[in-house]
Ligand binder design. Sequence first.
Ligand SMILES: [Zn+2]
Length: 382
Amino acid sequence: MIKLYYEDSYIKDFTAKVEKCIPKENGYAVLLSQTAFFPTAGGQECDGGTLDGQEVLSVYTQNDEVYHLVKNPIEVGKTVPGELYFAERFRKMQHHSAEHIVSGLAFSEFGLNNVGFHLDSSGVTIDYDAELSEKELFKLELLANEAVWKNLPITASYPTEEELEKIKYRSKTDILGKIRIITIEGIDVCACCAPHVKRTGEIGIIKFTDMIRHRGGVRIKMICGKDALFDYAEKQKSVFAVSNMLSAPQFEVAKAVLKLKDDFDALKREKAAEIKKLATIQAENIPKTDGNYYVFAEISDKNALRLFANEGKKQVGGMFAVFSGNDKDGYSYIITAKNGVKDFVKTLNTKLLGKGGGSDIMAEGQLLSAKAEIEAVLKEML
Ligand SMILES: [Zn+2]
């Protein structure tokens, strides 16, 4: 079978004779006399498209032959049209060629070896065997884009074994068949089986979007061409919105958000201090008693309610119960005592549609009952 994608990576449609059509669990595997569909290989997902009007579900290789999985059988011997979703194929070519540029430069500039590559609809991830600083990452990105602007030719060749021995090239373990060498003039020489763009200028933009530590090295996320432009547009929208909301210049939104966060944190601290003060004052108004005491307090903040309970129990010798909420949403409670809280709360929850618990000296929970119902039960129990 002829692999048309090696003859010309820009072939969008073709016709071919069906040579085999093998029933499979999830459809039919079709072998053609020739194909432009690139199979799943070397970290890259296969091409999408149609074959004889049917959706191609997957494309894979077996014994160096390319099979197309389709839902319904196609007659052997029939000449059928094949059509690639070429926008997606071109996108993959852009990203794959960009990966060669970046990995070639990562090796020549920083001595990094590419140890992992994955290309799918979200972009490319590349793994390297050593770390890169932020500064080095930016330099790598800039050099890669400079290689794009030079519009360098990208060529494929099939050197003989003797010729190969003389060539210095980056190699991968996932080579299909004879060694195919992809050369990007002055940037990279690498063994590769995938379709590439003809010149680096077609890549458009190479943009790194993330770098994380990964298995003793780094994993870089990268997008190219239209993906990079769309990514920029989306991020620009966010920056523009934040810039408008905070009346800050676009390049200073991070600084403006940091200021806002600092102001907010200060307010939170202020509020917490005030709540604490209020809770203490309210707790001080609880009459000293050796018996039990309950109170409905207007304290919505959970921490303040806890503080109030802790202060309140100092005034009360028996069980101290505090409730906060309203008849519509129910009431939060905190109950403290020297002992016996567990059983008390269990009964309370059962009688008043409640849930919650804790230790024998302190419990927290909620009741889905009205104040009058709670008070009636408390009068009975306390
Ligand atoms: Zn490659």
